[in-house]
Design a protein. Structure first.
Length: 379
C-alpha cells in the first residue's frame, strides 16, 4: 500500500473509501513481491497491480465486491495448478497470496499520517496480521520514528514484538513477512505479519568527477538512489556536468567521514577516482563503514597494487573481501554509459543475491531478501 501513498493520500483527504489487495506471500516464480498492491476506490478508480496482468482482473472484481458487500479482511490465493486456488492462475507457474482490506479514512486516524510520511519520502512502517487468528486478520500498527505507535494488533506484547520487527525492517528499508510463533509466547497460534516499510531513498556516493560518474549518476537516479558526486577538483565537479546528482567539492575521504551518521546498510560507494591519493584514504574509510557495497574502478593489476597498499594501511582480509574491484560485471562494456550499466548491474545483483549469470542458464529468476542487516556485511 505504501508504494501508492501519494495517490491514496488524496483519497484520504476526500474521505473516499477504498480496498487494498496486497501481496503477502510468493511461492515460485511471480512478477510482484510482498507489499505490492492493487487498489480499487469507491469511485471505481484502479491503482497499481499485483501481477503481470494475469490475475489483476480477478483481484479487481474481488475488491469491488468488498466495497459493496462484506468489508471484513479476506485472504486470497492464486496459483497455476493448485486445485484450491481461484480459477484464474499465474501463467508464470508461481503462487501468490493476498490480503484484501477495506479502508475507511474517516474511521482510521492512523491512515493519513502514515501515507503522508510515505508520500514525503519519510520513514514509516505498517505491520499487519496477514495470517493467523481470523479475528485479528488485517489488524495493523504504524511505526513512525519520533511518534507514538498507532493502532493495535489486539495484544500489548504482540504490539511490542511487531514494533521491534517493524523498526528493524524500516532501518533496512525492506518490506517482508515475519513469522511470530507460539513458542515465543507472543500469540496463541502461529501468526504472520507483513511489514511494509517506506524509508528515504538509499544513497549512492560516486567519487571522481569523470564521464563514467555522470553516466553512473544517471543510472543510479533511475534506480531510485539519492546520488552524490564528490571530487576535490572544483573545475571538474560542477552541477552542469552532473545534473542527476548533488555535487560536492571536497577531499573524498573527508566528505565520506562527514556523512558517517547518514549512511546505512543500503548505501553504495563507488570509487572512480583512479588516483591513489584519493583512493587509499577513501577506501580505508569506506571498507570500515557498515555500507552495502564498496566498488573501485581499475585494472586487475591496479587492484592488486591497491590491495597491497590497503593491507599496509592496516585493513584486514575480511575488510578487503568487501571490495568489489575491478568494479562491475563482465558485459564487454566500452563506453561510459555501458560501464555505468555494468556497475549498476553488479550493485543490483549484490543487493538481491543475484549471480550475474544469464537467466537462460537456469538460475533463479526471483531471489529472497537476505536477513535484515546482512547486506552491509555480505560480499
Amino acid at each position: 500500500m505504501l508504494e501508492l501513498a501519494a495517490d491514496l493520500l488524496e483519497r484520504t483527504r476526500r474521505q473516499t473509501p477504498f480496498v487494498v489487495a496486497t501481496v503477502t506471500g510468493v511461492d515460485g516464480s511471480a512478477p510482484r513481491q510482498p507489499g505490492s498492491s492493487l487498489v480499487v476506490d469507491a469511485d471505481g478508480a484502479v491503482l497499481g497491480n499485483v501481477s503481470g496482468g494475469c490475475v489483476d482482473a480477478a483481484v479487481h472484481e474481488a475488491c469491488q465486491e468488498m466495497l459493496t458487500g462484506d468489508s471484513r479482511p479476506r485472504a486470497l490465493r492464486f496459483g497455476y495448478t493448485d486445485a484450491d486456488a481461484i480459477g484464474v492462475g499465474l501463467t508464470c507457474g508461481g503462487t501468490i497470496e493476498l490480503l484484501l482490506r477495506h479502508h475507511d479514512p474517516a474511521a482510521e486516524p492512523w491512515l493519513q499520517p502514515a501515507l503522508t510520511d510515505a508520500a514525503r519520502d519519510q520513514a514509516v512502517a505498517v505491520a499487519t496480521i496477514v495470517r493467523g487468528l481470523h479475528a485479528r486478520l488485517g489488524r495493523t500498527i504504524v511505526v513512525r520514528p519520533g511518534h507514538p505507535v498507532t493502532g493495535s494488533l489486539g495484544d500489548e506484547l504482540l504490539d511490542q514484538v511487531a514494533k521491534a520487527h517493524a523498526t528493524d525492517l524500516l532501518h533496512a528499508g525492506q518490506t517482508r513477512t515475519v513469522e511470530v510463533g507460539v513458542a515465543d509466547s507472543y500469540c496463541q497460534e502461529p501468526m504472520t505479519l507483513l511489514v511494509e516499510s517506506s524509508a528515504p531513498a538509499p544513497r549512492l556516493l560516486v567519487f571522481g568527477a569523470i564521464d563514467h560518474a555522470a553516466a553512473l549518476a544517471r543510472v543510479g537516479a533511475f534506480l531510485g538512489y539519492r546520488v552524490t558526486v564528490c571530487d576535490a577538483r572544483a573545475t571538474f565537479a560542477t552541477p552542469e556536468r552532473f545534473p542527476d546528482a548533488v555535487v560536492v567539492v571536497d577531499w573524498p575521504h573527508r566528505y565520506l567521514r562527514s556523512q558517517a551518521d547518514s549512511l546505512d546498510g543500503r548505501t553504495v560507494v563507488c570509487v572512480l577516482t583512479h588516483d591513489p591519493r584519493f583512493d587509499l584514504p577513501l577506501l580505508t574509510a569506506a571498507l570500515r563503514m557498515p555500507v552495502a557495497y564498496v566498488g573501485a574502478m581499475g585494472s586487475h593489476r591496479t587492484h592488486e597494487e591497491r590491495l597491497a597498499r590497503l593491507r599496509d594501511a592496516g585493513l584486514s582480509d575480511r575488510e578487503l573481501d568487501r571490495l568489489h574491484s575491478p568494479i562491475g560485471l563482465d558485459l564487454g562494456a566500452r563506453t561510459p554509459q555501458e560501464t555505468a550499466l555494468s556497475i549498476a548491474a553488479e550493485i543490483v545483483a549484490h543487493r538481491h543475491g543475484g549471480s550475474g549469470a544469464p537467466l537462460s542458464t537456469g538460475v533463479p529468476i526471483h531471489h529472497s531478501l537476505p536477513p535484515s542487516g546482512a547486506l552491509a556485511h555480505s560480499r
